[in-house]
Design a protein around this ligand. Structure first.
Ligand code: KG4
Ligand code: ZN
Length: 350
């Protein structure tokens, strides 16, 4: 079975062809994976502008889908998987409408996919089926969600952010350090030259019974807005100390130190929660997916913790960690095999 995947939930127009091999533990094979990034469209605005994103998807989608098919060397496919949500409504509608039209014209089934299911299945696409039960952290620009997976394709939410997503925190901190957009890769880069203990930043501890009553709903939630505010306070006071005028940057080394310290705290917070949940639930493996899983410190530290605990750690290859359509096709195959297809009047769900 060959599936065409389409993803337009945010600022990448993506199409991919994935083939079901039926092999264990690698049930799917990527035949092509095309991503047209809109970074240049949004850069001067310092973030994604929804209307511009939707319009750019309209410009790019035909070409991206054609390239995905050509790259894979296929003209036909057996189903179309498309991101139904969450994401920007105007952007989702471009991919969904395009997918509906193709499904109708080609008389193939349409499989609507949750974007985060796509991120989770990117782990399987990269490294094969995860030993279950597994605990998976999805860290992207819009989400910080912790899941337990006992049966493949069924994702039980254990915790999520109460305010900023991890990627959003990276983006906002990068902005206030003057590192531009997109912020995650920029912080990753400059943090490599910084001292990660130079700036004392707090790890957010959610109050109430947190550790004492692990059965309480929300006790595995995350919060990153306090950390962001601490960085802001630190930057403001350092600027005042040095009498910097608006637009004048802090010294490079100082920016690197702040970035490294911020990154260390985010990574420790994420990994503490992930491995704590893994222990509580007797997980056989853990995974980290979503754009932030491209972070080099997160990848290194996660792998090291996995080794020290004897737990396999699944992290997608770089091309599969940020938004792409191969993961949507994979999640679509999972759903299709569970008997889920949809009528052509399905709505996008932002
Ligand atoms: O999954 P994704 O591509 O899109 C969403 O679904 O949101 O994630 C994008 C997020 C952005 O916030 C971006 O700054 C972050 O992933 N990101 C990173 C890195 N690369 C991308 N964050 C930290 N370090 C990175 N290397
Ligand atoms: Zn994403």
């Amino acid at each position: 079975m060959v599936v065409l995947g389409i993803e337009t939930s945010c600022d990448e127009t993506a199409a991919a062809v994935v083939e079901e091999t039926g092999d264990i533990p690698r049930p799917w094979r990527v035949k092509s994976n095309i991503v047209a990034s809109q970074i240049e469209v949004h850069r001067k605005w310092g973030g994604v502008v929804p209307e511009l994103s939707a319009r750019q998807h309209v410009r790019d989608i035909c070409d991206v889908v054609e390239r995905a098919l050509a790259d894979a060397g296929v003209e036909t496919y057996d189903a179309i998987a498309v991101t139904q949500g969450p994401g920007l409504m105007g952007s989702l509608l471009v991919g969904l409408s395009f997918a509906k039209a193709l499904a109708w014209a080609r008389s193939v089934p349409l499989i609507p996919v949750h974007h985060l299911a796509g991120h989770i299945e990117s782990l399987v696409l990269g490294a094969g089926e995860m030993p279950l039960p597994a605990i998976v952290l999805v860290v992207s620009g819009g989400h910080t969600n912790l899941y337990r997976i006992e049966h493949a394709g069924v994702y039980e939410l254990l915790g999520r952010t109460r305010d900023d997503a991890a990627g959003e925190a990276f983006d906002k901190v990068a902005k206030l350090l003057g590192l531009g957009y997109p912020g995650g890769p920029a912080i990753d880069l400059v943090a490599a030259h910084g001292d990660d203990r130079a700036v004392p930043l707090p790890k957010t501890r959610l109050t109430h019974a947190d550790r004492n009553a692990p059965e309480l709903p929300g006790h595995r939630d995350f919060s990153f807005s306090g950390l962001k505010t601490s960085v802001l306070r630190h930057v403001t006071s350092r600027r005042e100390e040095r009498g910097l005028a608006a637009g004048e940057p802090l010294p490079r080394q100082h920016i690197s130190d702040i970035a490294a310290s911020f990154q260390r705290v985010v990574v420790e917070t994420l990994l503490d929660r992930l491995f704590d949940a893994a222990q509580s639930y007797g997980a056989q493996s853990v995974g980290i997916a979503g754009g932030v899983s491209a972070n080099s410190r997160l990848r290194t530290d996660a792998t090291a913790r996995g080794v020290s605990r004897g737990l396999p750690v699944f992290i997608p290859t770089l091309g599969l960690s940020t938004d792409n359509a191969a993961m949507i096709a994979a999640a679509g195959l999972r759903r299709y095999r569970a008997g889920i297809v949809s009528a052509l009047d399905v709505d996008a769900d932002a």
